[in-house]
Design a protein around this ligand. Structure first.
Ligand SMILES: [Zn+2]
Ligand SMILES: [Zn+2]
Length: 369
């Protein structure tokens, strides 16, 4: 009798305990087997909606509505998941376009769809109806004659949660079942360092997962927090605001450890450190930013490495925690673009450009002589 009672209870317990996955890690892009590179990802189907606007009906638009609801562009109470392009979808598209610095047409034009299908962070861009990406704070708006002339676009979670004052030494731990290698743990250590360089915060790895402030784990699909992962690309990871401290990554991504894409843009390779730096921003209290160079921008292409904090990120995190006394205040956004570690794409930097121009000039002079 007792046993028959225990079996269903055990089954229920097993089904609600998140099951960490053994994630796919690759030392570099050439080690990813072709069988793990998909021909298309779940959001690629949205490309067929090119040119769609309010009033039309198109097969599958309901899925796009769900996409926009997932990231906060359609209210959670909305439940008309028909394939009609209604005013709610139009408003969602327009707000999305504003957040991503696109023409706010409310129509699914090519530049908008290009952004929509990109891999991205699972955290919403709009929380409780308030866009977190356009929080240009007037006090952080710089005059045109200042060396810094950008409007700040960093944002916080509602009510600006942060780790308590006087508790600057945070610990982090990895889900033990993931059994991560030293190389993978080293990637996270470097990612934490980027934030400790500019704040008074320090981050120390601990083996006590249950007692750590920040808990990192790789999972597949539904893992018990209502935000299931979706396989290769789509959403890559998500992280919760302070003081929750949970940071989850999609174990089915092709995570690249060394961040060297050798100038190629592989279909599905995601740089682990780039995503880690972004999600740690959430763990500390930052929301998304509409500044494309910022670490807190929500999307990242396959084969892209973006690990340096931009000025927008630094301003945001320092508003929450203050500066590291040893931080020299150098503005990362003023680093020449050619030297910034932003992308695996081949770079045609200034020195090369100047060299070509000089050669063309000399050749023209010779012709006239
Ligand atoms: Zn995010
Ligand atoms: Zn999760």
């Amino acid at each position: 009798m007792k046993l028959t009672f225990l079996v269903p209870v055990l089954l229920i317990v097993i089904s609600i305990v998140p099951s960490p996955t053994s994630a796919h890690f690759f030392p570099n892009i050439s080690s990813i087997p072709p069988s793990l590179i998909p021909n298309a990802t779940i959001w690629d189907a949205f490309n067929k909606f090119a040119g769609c606007q309010k009033g039309v009906k198109a097969d599958g638009l309901s899925k796009l509505k769900k996409y926009f609801q997932l990231f906060g562009y359609i209210n959670n109470s909305y439940d008309n998941f028909s394939d009609d392009f209604d005013e709610y979808l139009e408003s969602a598209v327009r707000n999305y376009q504003l957040n991503f610095n696109l023409n706010a047409t409310g129509e699914l034009d090519a530049p908008t769809l290009k952004h929509i299908v990109m891999p991205r962070c699972g955290n919403a861009d709009i929380v409780n109806g308030t866009s977190t990406m356009r929080s240009g704070n007037p006090s952080n708006t710089y005059s045109a004659n200042s060396t810094i002339h950008a409007v700040a676009h960093y944002s916080f979670f509602p009510d600006r949660p942060r780790w308590p004052r006087g508790r600057n030494q945070l610990t982090y731990a990895f889900q033990p079942e993931n059994q991560l290698s030293d190389a993978v743990r080293g990637v996270f250590s470097r990612a934490f360092e980027r934030w400790s360089e500019v704040t008074p915060l320090t981050f120390t790895e601990t083996t006590s997962f249950s007692r750590a402030d920040l808990r990192i784990g790789f999972f597949s699909g539904d893992h018990g927090d209502g935000e299931p992962f979706d396989g290769v690309l789509g959403t890559l990871a998500h992280a919760f605001a302070p003081p929750v401290g949970r940071f989850h990554l999609d174990g089915e991504e092709n995570w690249v450890i060394d961040g060297d894409f050798m100038g190629s843009s592989p279909m599905s390779a995601i740089d682990l450190e780039s995503v880690a730096v972004h999600e740690i921003g959430h763990l500390l209290g930052l929301g998304h930013s509409s500044v494309e160079d910022a670490i807190m921008y929500p999307t990242i292409s396959s084969g892209t490495r973006k690990v340096e904090l931009a000025n927008d990120d630094v301003m945001g995190i320092q508003e929450l925690y203050g500066s590291n006394p040893n931080y020299n205040g150098s503005d990362p956004t003023l680093t020449p673009r050619g030297e910034r570690d932003m992308s695996g794409a081949p770079r045609f930097d200034c020195s090369l450009r100047c060299g070509v121009l000089l050669a063309v000039g000399l050749f023209s002079v010779l012709l006239f002589v």
